[in-house]
Design a binder for this molecule. Structure first.
Ligand SMILES: NC(=O)C1=CN([C@@H]2O[C@H](COP(=O)(O)OP(=O)(O)OC[C@H]3O[C@@H](n4cnc5c(N)ncnc54)[C@H](OP(=O)(O)O)[C@@H]3O)[C@@H](O)[C@H]2O)C=CC1
Ligand SMILES: O=C(O)C1=N[C@H](C(=O)O)C[C@H](O)C1
Length: 272
C-alpha cells in the first residue's frame, strides 16, 4: 500500500484527490494537510507539512495548494525523503530545480502542470505543429477563483511552442500595436508567444492553441469539464514516483495508452 498525504485537502483539487486515493485499492490516505479544516472529515488533518511529518507516516505527498504555499511544503517534505507529486502551478523551473536539489537521495519531485491526458496531448500536438506556422498564440479559460494567471498549462505550452520553433519569434503583430490605455491587449509574452487569460464563471479549465499561416489557421483545443479528468493522472503520478528520483516535469514521462481509464462506471473518481 502506498501511504499518501494530501496538502490542500479541503480545496477543489485536494478534496477530489482524497476521494480518488481512498477509492484506489493500492493506496491508503495517511492524512490531509490544510490550515482551515476542522472536525468535519474522517481522516487525520494537520495544519502544516512539518506537523504532518511529526504526526503521520507517508510515502508520497500530493500538493494542490497555492503558488505561495507549495514551496514551503516541498522544503519540508523533500529533505525528509517523501516523494512529492505536485499539481500546484506558479513555480518557475529554476525554483523546482533548486527544491529538487534539497531532496534526500532517491527522492522524487514530480511536477505536472496538467494531469489530464488530453492537455498533455494538446501540448504534444502543438509541439508538432509549431515549426510549420509563422504565428502562434495561446488562449486559456479558467474558473474565476483561480489564483494565478497565466495558467501553468499555458506557460508550459508557450515554452514548448517556442522551443519547437527554435526560438524564432512569432511574426504576429506585437505589443507596439496596442493602443494607449489598452496595454495588455496583445496578451502576456511567454518566451515570445502571446498568452491570453480568460477568467469566468462556468469554466473548469480550457485552452486553445492557435497557429496562423497564409490563408489558414489551426486550432488545438482541450476542455476539462470536471475535476475527475485529473484523477487518473494524479494516481499515475503517485504510483510512478516510488522508483524514481530527482526532478521530473510533465505527465508524459509516465503516460502510456494502457493507462487510459475504462468506460465511465458512474463513479467519477473511480479509475482502474
Ligand atoms: N496540475 C493540474 O492538473 C492542476 C493544477 N491545479 C492547481 O492546483 C492548485 C490548487 O487549485 P484548487 O484546488 O482549485 O485551489 P483551492 O483554493 O480550491 O484549494 C487550495 C487549498 O489549499 C489550502 N492551503 C493553502 N495553503 C496551504 C498550505 N500551506 N498547506 C496546505 N494547504 C494549504 C487552501 O486553504 P485556504 O483556502 O484556507 O487558503 C485550500 O483549501 C492551483 O495552483 C491550481 O492551479 C488545479 C487543477 C489541476
Ligand atoms: O487552477 C486550475 O483550475 C487549473 N490549474 C492548472 C493550470 O494552471 O494550468 C491546470 C488546469 O488548467 C486547471
Amino acid at each position: 500500500m502506498i501511504k499518501v498525504a494530501v496538502a490542500g485537502c479541503a480545496g477543489r483539487m485536494g478534496s477530489a484527490t482524497v476521494r480518488a486515493v481512498c477509492a484506489a485499492d493500492d493506496m491508503e490516505l495517511a492524512c490531509g494537510i490544510d490550515p482551515h479544516v476542522g472536525a468535519e472529515v474522517d481522516f487525520p488533518v494537520f495544519a502544516s507539512v512539518a506537523e504532518a511529518l511529526d504526526g503521520a507516516a507517508f510515502d508520497v505527498l500530493v500538493d494542490f495548494t497555492q503558488p505561495k504555499a507549495v514551496e514551503g511544503n516541498l522544503r519540508a517534505a523533500l529533505p525528509a525523503g517523501v516523494d512529492c507529486v505536485v499539481g500546484t502551478t506558479g513555480l518557475a523551473r529554476e525554483v523546482l530545480e533548486e527544491l529538487a536539489a534539497l531532496a534526500l537521495t532517491g527522492t522524487c519531485l514530480f511536477y505536472a502542470p496538467n494531469f489530464t491526458t488530453g492537455a498533455v496531448l494538446m501540448m504534444e500536438f502543438a509541439k508538432a505543429a509549431a515549426p510549420y506556422f509563422p504565428e502562434a498564440e495561446v488562449i486559456e479559460f479558467h474558473h474565476c477563483n483561480k489564483k494565478d494567471a497565466p495558467s501553468g498549462t499555458a506557460v508550459r505550452t508557450a515554452q514548448i511552442v517556442a522551443e519547437a520553433r527554435g526560438g524564432r519569434a512569432s511574426e504576429a503583430p506585437g505589443k507596439k500595436t496596442e493602443i494607449a490605455g489598452c496595454e495588455g491587449a496583445r496578451g502576456a509574452l511567454v518566451d515570445g508567444v502571446p498568452v491570453h487569460s480568460v477568467r469566468s464563471m462556468g469554466y473548469v479549465a480550457s485552452q486553445e492553441v492557435v497557429f496562423g499561416s497564409f490563408g489558414q489557421t489551426l486550432s488545438i483545443r482541450h476542455d476539462s469539464w470536471d475535476r475527475a479528468s485529473y484523477m487518473p493522472g494524479v494516481l499515475l503520478g503517485i504510483r510512478s514516483v516510488g522508483g524514481r528520483s530527482g526532478l521530473i516535469v510533465g505527465l508524459e514521462n509516465f503516460m502510456a495508452p494502457s493507462d487510459a481509464p475504462c468506460h465511465n462506471d458512474g463513479a467519477s473518481t473511480t479509475v482502474r
